[in-house]
Design a protein around this ligand. Sequence first.
Ligand code: KG4
Ligand code: ZN
Length: 338
Amino acid sequence: MNVLGIETSCDETSAAIVKDGKTVLSNIVSSSINFHKKYGGIIPEIASRRQLETITQVVDASLKEANLKQKKIDLISVTSGPGLLGSLLVGISFAKAMSMGLKLPLLGIDHLYAHIYANFLTDESLSLPFIALIVSGGHTSLFYVKDFDQIKILGSTQDDACGEAFDKVAKILGLGYPGGPVIERLAKCGNSKKIKFSCSGTEKPLNFSFSGIKTAVLYYLKKRPMANGQWPVKERKDYRLKCDIAASFQEAAIDTLIKKALLAAKLTKINQIAIGGGVACNRRLREKFKQAEKSGRIKVYFPHQGLCMDNAAMVAGLGFQLYKKGYSSGFDLNAVLS
Ligand code: KG4
Ligand code: ZN
């Protein structure tokens, strides 16, 4: 069964063809990130306008790369939320029109559950049930995944998402957007023990809080004398400081993610943890989870790098599984914002 996936929840316009929920025949991702960079974050109006302009070409490219004719598609699976309203509506409207025109079944998909599914496109040894940790720019959540349609939330962030904290710390350091990759790069040259940052505690042990640590970075800098009263400055000394801040922040954020994921595994007596979302690209996070795996109590799964960030293959894959279980959407499918 060939599923066309469409993903437009944030700045990406993505279309993919996935066969039988496993084989990725194509996965085209077009990002409008360069149009947002100068604003230091995603501007929803720019994102949806770009998506409107590119979606037809992106879907055509996904068919071409998969070497598939439209009539060979069996299902259209589209992200229906959560995400930016205008962006979601571009994808949903396009999927509805295609479904109507080609008389194909339609299925709306939850973006976070699709991030979880990215793991199945990478490693077939992952089996149900398992714990999922989704860490992206908009969400940080722990789930108990019993089946593809039985996913229970165990905890989530009370304030900023983890990726959002990476983005905000990068902004404070004058490093540009998106912050995750650049913080990771600087952290490699920094000393993570130099500054003691930590994430705030939460009343519910499986919830997260990342807003306090971001503010701690800001105050740490405010207390320091800066060359010419300016931050950022280019002197080597300050570059070193930036690296130490990046490394110390990253280490604290990662330690919290790992600690809570391990706790979720312990409380549910489940030994598999699957990670997903943009922050799952982070190599230090992968390395530290792999170290935790050495205890022998847990097995950790990560999607391929290209399947961590927003992409339509994960939407098509989950669509296949849910359609097989009898799920489908009508033309009243609408965007779900949270
Ligand atoms: O899942 P995603 O592509 O979009 C959302 O659904 O939000 O995640 C984007 C987020 C951004 O906040 C970005 O800074 C973060 O993922 N990110 C990273 C890395 N690469 C992307 N965070 C830490 N380390 C990275 N290497
Ligand atoms: Zn995402």
